[in-house]
Write a protein that binds this ligand. Sequence first.
Ligand SMILES: [Fe+2]
Ligand SMILES: [Fe+2]
Length: 547
Amino acid sequence: MGIPDRLAERMSMAEQHEWLMSQRPSRRSVFRAGALGAGALLAGPSLLGSAASAGTGPTLATTNSTADGASVAPFARHLAFGADPRRQIRIGWQVPTPVRRPFIRIGTDPSDLSGRIPAEVRPLHSEVPGAAGPVDQYYLHVELDGLRPDTTYYYGVGHKGYEPASAAGAISTVHTAPQRGRWDVEPFTFTAFGDQGVSPHALANDGVVAQQNPAFHLLLGDIAYADPSGQGRPVSATGANGTDIFNPTIWDSYLGQIEAVASRVPWMVATGNHDMEALYSPEGYGGQIARWDFPGNGPKACPSVYSFIYGNVGVISLDANDVSNEIPANLGYSKGSQTSWLKSRLKFLRRQPDVDFIVVFFHHCTYSTTNAHASEGGVRAEWVPLFDAYRVDLVLNGHNHIYERSDPLRGGSPSKAVPIGGTVHPDTDGTTYLSVGGGGRSLYSFPAPDSYAGHVNDAASVNTYSWTGVGVKTPEVVTWSRVRYTGYSFVAVDVTPARLGQPATLTVRAVAESGAELDRVTLVRTAGLCTVGSRGVSDAKADFDAA
Ligand SMILES: [Fe+2]
Ligand SMILES: [Fe+2]
């Protein structure tokens, strides 16, 4: 029951969803919105007492009979930071069938997990046109607030009849971010890739990422590929009549695949074109809201837009579907609120005296030369002036299934060539842009030869293009494509805060699925020196705790 092509072309994602829903025999909510009050205040010695007194949790709002809880094993545990990674952790997981009274047990001592916190249930009901039948998925979530900074917590997930403490391998850990302040932050590493999907390469990348022991992982959009068409069109099981193919059960495989890492490393997600799923309102993001715990401090219209501070790094997640000329299903859906929010957030971060680096991540590439998608002109027009104005240090994108690094750019022009092993001073040199889409999905190609560590093959210029309007590809000849690698890969970013007499450094290492290093570049900032913003301590004091 897809939307006719001639109609779909003129409809936004929201309109497509409305149309699709109107064709169904009875309209029902696929996402029960609103928190059920599962958050609990956990602080200091009262942690276990507070948790234990939180009472029993809600049962699933379903008329299905529940199975014997002992026979139902939770799976797909995945973590996220809240807006304040020092004190807020979100834990999500899944059960294959309805259960009663889902909960987590948590504590700082693995031998004493008597603290029990009820879970919020987010059932997701999917009726895909052309599919054999409906699919029901049961996502469970707990929001933990008031945690201690820089502390390891042990947790297990369960429900009536299933105790995690008695299940082998069911206890995992999560570590909160360090207290803010220049002297409280030790060096740390975070990782990133996009375009993962479910594949042996995706699994291998998870393994190499885990070896980096990252403080958190950034997923740069195109997450599971339950919608392998990725056009944001109405969906069907077969892709007939110009629809996007959609199979919601791919998410079960994906979330199961990442569990080994994501159950102990916060998995911070941005949305790509394959993550617009027209079956779910609003804007194709209702499924993502059911599956993930987004920090929720971005513009109201954009669930996957948010920001957090970890140590001396301010991180911002954006939704480039809002500005994409190439795949315009959600073009303009935030009505400008995302860009306004980005500006205010960049201003805020630059005022923080302890934030040295700003890292922005989103899906569509600002600067890439692949034959497949190349560069998104909508991003350049809407956001690059802000990246320039606020001296953003590093931008991480996916979408192109390769690894590529630009020379530092300001106003679209490179300031200098930075070879592998080189150094960038972002405040004067400009922003470094990475395309890191080799997370596991099938690979793309470049018009120029690959050039990476041990295989340097500099190209004086590359003929490529940018999506400067809807359906408009404008050719360009560029000199900023410094490193290119056609292969499965990710980046590990090693951050060292400033110390007496020593600047802060952020070293990007691109790593192949095999573990081999492909690229390395170090960004350097001297503490307190930035050509924008006001970084005086008194000025920022009021903002400090609000971050
Ligand atoms: Fe992709
Ligand atoms: Fe994509």
